[in-house]
Design a protein around this ligand. Structure first.
Ligand code: DC
Length: 221
């Protein structure tokens, strides 16, 4: 069974998807983490992402692995655990930039499909999971919330993770990324036609998780 969870920046998709996967005993796949791992590599190796040749070469040699055990996701880049590093603001910005490049998306969609097909039951989370990666998913959820709510959620999350962030700078970056993700030419954010839209603006985390778990169990039975 495939459960696809999409939605805009900062809506809490990752936390929700991770918890739903845990409750159902499914494997959790965070597609954004894969873009982030690639972004981190371009930063570490000082790659100009507009240089297609260098970028393609980097894609050919990259090794991205996810490990989801006991409700905890670990992300490995070329064998090294980068789970925390990929959440830095600098990486978020670069991830949004690389995600608008066609060659990168083709590579990622391929990798994500292969990854998903390895497991029997998955919760896969990210922008194009229900529209492009697995258009035949058994359940598609589009999680949304007003912009101000999403900004607050993401800011709180960063503080909880111990990152020091300047609020104004963070809001500026957030809006820039939102704009780029929503207006890019290839696969801009949009709900799949057959997705269930959940507006989580006035819902608690537990309520959202409950709702999706309940919907999943209905599809399963
Ligand atoms: O969900 P996230 O913030 O970890 O994603 C990082 C970036 O990657 C974000 O700018 C959107 C992009 N992304 C994407 O374009 N397609 C996906 N399936 C997942 C993420």
């Amino acid at each position: 069974m495939i459960i696809a969870i999409d939605g805009p920046l900062g809506v809490g998709k990752s936390s929700v998807a991770k918890e739903v996967a845990k409750r159902l005993g499914f494997t959790y796949i965070d597609t954004g983490a894969m873009y982030r791992a690639l972004a981190l590599k371009t930063l570490k190796e000082n790659i100009d992402i507009n240089d297609k040749k260098k970028l393609l070469n980097l894609l050919e040699n990259i090794d991205i692995q996810l490990d989801y055990t006991d409700g905890v996701l670990k992300v490995f880049l070329d064998g090294k655990d980068v789970s925390n590093e990929i959440r830095m603001e600098e990486v978020s910005k670069r991830a949004s930039e690389v995600a608008s490049i066609k060659e990168v998306r083709d590579f990622m969609v391929n990798l994500q499909r292969k990854y998903g097909n390895k497991y029997k039951n998955i919760v896969i989370e990210g922008r194009d999971t229900g529209t492009v990666i697995f258009p035949n998913a058994d359940l598609k959820i589009f999680l949304t919330a007003p912009l101000e709510v999403r900004i607050e959620r993401r800011y709180k999350q960063l503080l909880e993770k111990g990152f020091k962030v300047d609020y104004d700078e963070f809001v500026k970056n957030f809006k820039e990324r939102e704009h780029r993700d929503n207006t890019r030419k290839i696969n801009p954010l949009r709900p799949a036609e057959d997705s269930i839209i959940i507006d989580s603006g006035n819902m608690t985390f537990e309520e959202v998780v409950e709702e999706i778990t309940h919907l999943s169990k209905k599809v399963l039975s």
